[in-house]
Design a protein. Sequence first.
Length: 211
Amino acid sequence: MTQVWTVVVPVKRLDAAKSRLRGALPGRPHAALALALAVDTVEAVQACPVVAEVLVVTDDPAVTAAIGARVVPDRPAAGLNAAFRYGAAAAGAGWVAGLTADLPALRPVELAAALSAARSAPTTRRYVPDAPGTGTVLLATPPGVPLDPRFGGSSAAAHAASGALPLLGDWPSLRRDVDTAADLAAATRLGLGARTASLCGTATPTASRPV
């Protein structure tokens, strides 16, 4: 597989990230869980055979220190979609994808399949809806086409209305974002990345999450 994609992953300041997950792991710092989700997501993207580079958009120094990828400074007051646009601009020309930072069960092979499928439409943006079908986990765009992110409430419909076409492959780990304790339990059943698994007390985390 050819490494052609730059993947943009915005990460909020940890004290503000994933508010609906507060209390999901009693006795564990909320910031540690938010960071674990992001680190496992980025590590899975870095292991994806079609990804050339990961750009993390953040203004949190703890994320910058832990993430192990190129960081683009964020302007937090501007919001999530602005962060995706900053990252896409920093990526320059080429195939660019925006990915949410809460996919701790992500399997690189599923991401590769989705990104490869996106290249079948060389002039059109493509998006992958989340497991419920209302949100978006991945937005991909070909060279010369703006990313034009519409993340937020009902973002799948917003991306469709903007002209993006859905990608609906069998990619459970890609579509399993984590916003609530129930989502975290579902991701655990798929097989968590090492950092989230350690925080959750899950044994042999990588054994159930093949590349």
